[in-house]
Design a protein around this ligand. Structure first.
Ligand code: SF4
Length: 170
């Protein structure tokens, strides 16, 4: 049975920057949780950041790949550089994924760590641009497929492709 790395905030853990959760009501995620296949993980907390913490964005909306290569930083609105914590959290997420043989992850959309389709543009005004968060970029670099919480059915399809016989309804 494939294990799945999941953003801890989607599992009801109050780990977001504002001290809240973003609990998912997805039925398939609930079923996987029952099966014991989910590994909740918060890269920012594991990277050493507190809860609550200042909101952070990748400068210029450059994307997680640029952060991994050293071409962009992750900054708070006040200009504090939290890049190293984001990188540390991403590395910890990859280590956890490898420990459990994870090949599929479901991560919270829009986050500078966990986003897989969009991230904030770095202006702290709510604007979003296409791009990956730092953890998503590192996981994908290492062959782990990342889906957001709106794409759980696609994650199930990927699990089926990987030979998992119990990923849920088609
Ligand atoms: Fe959720 Fe990811 Fe943000 Fe942690 S870093 S609060 S898991 S979106």
């Amino acid at each position: 049975m494939e294990r799945i790395l999941v953003s801890a905030c989607l599992m009801g853990r109050k780990v977001r920057y504002d001290g809240a959760a973003k609990t998912s009501g997805d039925a398939l995620l609930a079923a996987w949780r029952q099966q014991g296949r989910l590994i909740p993980f918060c890269p920012e907390v594991e990277g050493g950041l507190p809860v609550p913490r200042p909101a952070a964005e990748i400068e210029g909306g450059a994307g997680g790949e640029a952060v991994l290569s050293g071409a962009a930083r992750v900054l708070t609105a006040e200009g504090a550089d939290v890049t190293e914590a984001f990188l540390s959290g991403a590395r910890a997420a990859l280590a956890a994924a490898r420990t459990h043989g994870v090949r599929v992850a479901i991560l919270k959309e829009g986050s500078p760590s966990c986003g897989s389709l969009v991230i904030y543009d770095g202006a702290f005004e709510g604007g979003r641009v296409p791009g990956h968060g730092v953890t998503t970029a590192l996981l994908e670099r290492h062959g782990i497929a990342v889906f957001c919480e709106e794409r759980v059915a696609e994650a199930a399809a990927r699990l089926r492709e990987l030979g998992d016989r119990h990923p849920g309804p088609t």
